[in-house]
Design a protein around this ligand. Sequence first.
Ligand SMILES: Nc1nc2c(ncn2[C@@H]2O[C@H](COP(=O)(O)OP(=O)(O)OP(=O)(O)O)[C@@H](O)[C@H]2O)c(=O)[nH]1
Ligand SMILES: [Mg+2]
Length: 362
Amino acid sequence: MLGLSTEKYASVRGNKRLTVILIGIITFILVSVLTFSRATFGLSSCGRTIRTFNEAVAFSTSSSPQQQQHTTFINLNGIEATAEGKEKQEHVLILTPLKNASPYLARYFELIDRMTYPKHLISIAFLVSDTTDDTVELLKEQANVFLNRRDPEQRYHHVAIYEKDFNFELPEDKRHTFELQPLRRSYMARSRNYLLTAALREEHAWVLWLDVDLVEYPTTILEDLMSVNVDVVVPNCLRETEDNSFWGYDKNNWQETEQSLAMQKDLDPEYVLLEGYYEFLTNRALMVDMPTHLGQLNKVPLDGVGATFTLVKAVVHREGANFPPYVFQHQVETEGFAKMAKAMGFGVYGLPGYLIYHVMNQ
Ligand SMILES: Nc1nc2c(ncn2[C@@H]2O[C@H](COP(=O)(O)OP(=O)(O)OP(=O)(O)O)[C@@H](O)[C@H]2O)c(=O)[nH]1
Ligand SMILES: [Mg+2]
C-alpha cells in the first residue's frame, strides 16, 4: 500500500510540475505576443513602431520619468557686434512684420538675396498678422529655396515664420489718418515685440528691422552700416519716384530741437507726437531734410527712428529696449524705441547721405 501510494503521489507531483511549466510557457508566449503586437501595429502610446526587443527596452526607458535632461550652457559674453561684422563672422537676424504683403515679397527677397553679406550668417524671421492673402504660402516657398540650395555657401542660416493675429482691422483708406496713428502704431509695436521675443537667438549679434515694401538699397548696405559701429543706425529712406526726383519718405528719423523740446514741456504726457502731419507741427529736424552731400557714411545723432531699414546691435534689445505700445516720452513704436534706447545710454544715429527707397504709394 505504502509503496503503491508513494508511486501515485510521485506521478501526481510529476503531473503538477508539468502543468505549472506548461502554464508558465503559455503565459510567456501570450505576454510576448501581446507586447509585440501592440508595438508592431503602432498601438504604443506615442504611435511609434517598435521592431526589436532592444527597441522595446529603449522605449520603456526613454519614457521613464527618470530620463536624463541636459543643461544648456551658453556663454553670452562672446557675442560681439563690431565694425568688422563680416570678417568676424557675426550673425544678423532680419526681422520683418507682415500684413497682406504678397505683392511686395518677390522684390523683398530679391533685394535680400543680392546683399553681399554671407548668407550663412543671415537668419530671417517674419511675423504675419491679420492676413487674408497668400503671404504665408509665398514665405514657405521662398524659405525652402533659401535653406536648401545645392551650394551650401548660398544657403541662409535659418528662416522662421510666426503667425499672430491681433484682429486689428483698419480700412486701407484710413491707414494714415492722423487720429488713428497712435492705435495703428501701438499694434505695430506689439507685432514687433512678438517677433523679436520669438526670433532672437544666442548667435545673433545684429538685428535688422526691414519693412517689406522697400524697392532699392545698395548690396553692401549691411557691411556699410556695420562699419559706422553704433548701437542703432538708419539710412535715409526716400520715396521711389518716376522722374528720380528727391522725395523724402521716412519722416520718423528725426532730431529734437530747442523748439520741439520747449513745446513738449507743456504737453500732456499721454499725447503722442507724429511726424509728417499738418494737424500738429512738432518743430523737429527731419533727416529727410538734412544735407545729403557730406558723404554716405557721415552720421548725425537722432532722437527718433523709423524701421524701414534699421540696424541694431542685438545687445540693445537684449538689455531691454523694445517697441513701446504705450506712450513713452510722447512716442510709441519705433520712435519710442529710439527714445528708450537713448534713455538707456545707447547711441542712435542716421546717415542722411546713405539713400534707400520705399515703394511709391498713396
Ligand atoms: N504684423 C503686422 N505687420 C504689419 C501690420 N501693418 C503693416 N505691417 C507690416 O509692417 C511693415 C511696415 O508697414 P507699412 O504698411 O509699410 O507701414 P508704413 O511704411 O508706415 O506705411 P506705407 O506708407 O503704407 O507703406 C510692412 O512690412 C508691413 O507689411 C500689422 O498690422 N501687423
Ligand atoms: Mg511701408
